[in-house]
Design a protein around this ligand. Structure first.
Ligand code: ATP
Ligand code: MG
Length: 393
């Protein structure tokens, strides 16, 4: 019965002079999300609100699902719009609305009214009172509860009449494309897809880099990362994914450097390459899924050592989250099931039994000197031979 949605947003409504830029970005993202469903919608911006009205038959569930992935959306209200705002018709239409939406009328309610047009002859309190009365007359099972009702019935009289009573939660955040671009270091684990999602939620466009080590890592492991990128792209929009062959570099580090420093040195080279790619494509920062103390390479000393090669800011949205909290987000955004598939990761293959947990930067740099002969050439080659695909287009 719903042919339209009222889209509610919060934070972008307080952006002062730039408000319309954010609202227009959100309108476009809503339009884009709905285009990916079968339906056709007219998405408009009016008086600080966004409406999506179906212009032909559509699938309600699909539309809701698409809308619930649009960053910036706080609430989605399926709404019925009536052209007639004549007071008698308003009363009748609201009663019909409730009659149609609620088969079982055994609930408590409160009417909320808004008048967009201040010349409307009936005031908001009068609208509430009169419609409440009409509803009780029409459906005696219903009861008023002004403090804690089961259902708020919202009646907005603007140039048309809007009636709605349900709000489905949106993801919040800022519309995609309203911040800059950042480079996500995306592995096949649980953390990095969540980290990408969280930063993208603030309006940041994502690019991603994955390091693999064929033949030590398989095509299935690579496909898993592509699938994770696709899932994140459902929220964040298209993601350009750089797939970098890290095998030679890893073997070289393995040959030349102390075993307990392998992981940390490898992490430094990953950051270096990702940063180079980031700068080349105009990214304003890097994103990782690191969290303090999660593994040896994520102690504060290790983070300091890894971070030392970076001149771009490194965004680590999971830094203070516990694993359980990260898993909860992974489940919510539907990356968890893919992340736990048991394929090998390049970090897990060349890993030491007892990695340093408190690396010393000077010692690490001394070890890296042993790579001086060939590393530049190898870094160059890794970038030149990388595979680039775009997901989520
Ligand atoms: P994740 O669950 O994200 O794989 P993790 O717990 O396995 O994280 P690490 O292996 O220490 O942690 O990696 C820390 C971060 O470094 C990851 O969150 C990711 O951002 C990046 N990273 C690790 N391995 C790779 C890789 N093969 N390709 C790209 N980035 C990687
Ligand atoms: Mg990992």
């Amino acid at each position: 019965m719903y042919k339209a949605f009222l889209i509610k947003y919060a934070e972008i409504g307080v952006k002062g002079k730039n408000r319309h830029i954010f609202e227009e970005a959100l309108r476009r993202q809503v339009e884009k999300a709905l285009k990916e469903t079968e339906g056709e919608f007219n998405v408009t911006r009016e008086q600080g609100r966004i409406y999506a009205e179906a212009t032909k038959d559509y699938n309600y569930e699909d539309a809701l699902e698409a809308l619930s992935r649009v960053f910036g959306v706080v609430g989605i209200c399926p709404v019925v719009i009536y052209d007639d705002i004549e007071w008698e018709s308003v009363q009748k239409n609201v009663c019909d609305f409730v009659g149609n939406v609620y088969k079982d009328k055994n609930f408590t309610f409160k009417v909320k009214a808004k008048r967009g047009n201040k010349n409307y002859p009936v005031t908001s309190p009068e609208i509430c009172a009169k419609i409440g009365e009409k509803l009780l007359e029409a459906y005696p099972e219903m009861k008023v509860d002004v403090k804690n009702p089961d259902v708020f019935i919202t009646v907005e009289v603007r140039n048309r009449l809007y009636v709605y009573s349900e709000t489905i939660e949106g993801p919040g955040g800022m519309p995609t494309g309203t911040a800059g671009k950042a480079m996500l270091l995306l592995s096949g684990g649980i953390d990095s897809p969540v980290a990408g999602y969280m930063v993208a939620k603030r309006g940041v466009t994502l690019e991603a880099t994955y390091f693999h080590a064929p033949p030590y890592t398989s095509d299935r492991a690579k496909q898993k990362v592509i699938d994770l990128a696709k899932q994140v792209a459902k929220y964040a929009g298209p993601i350009k994914l750089n797939i970098v062959n890290f095998t030679d570099i890893q073997l070289y580090i393995y040959e030349q450097c102390p075993e307990d420093e392998l992981t940390i040195i490898m992490r430094r080279y990953m950051m270096m390459i990702a940063q180079k790619l980031a700068e080349e494509s105009g990214c304003l920062g890097l994103i990782t899924g690191e969290s303090i103390g999660q593994v040896a390479s994520q102690t504060m000393q290790s983070l300091l050592t890894t971070n030392e090669v970076c001149t771009l800011p490194v965004y680590r949205p999971l830094i203070a989250l516990d694993k359980q909290e990260i898993v909860a987000i992974a489940e919510k955004i539907d990356t968890y099931e893919t992340s736990i598939l048991p394929y090998e990761d390049c970090c897990t293959i060349f890993v030491a039994k007892h990695p340093v947990t408190k690396p010393n930067l000077k010692a690490i740099k001394r070890s890296e000197e042993k790579l001086s002969e060939k590393i530049e050439e190898m870094l160059q080659k890794a970038v030149e031979t990388m595979e680039v695909i775009t997901v989520g287009e």
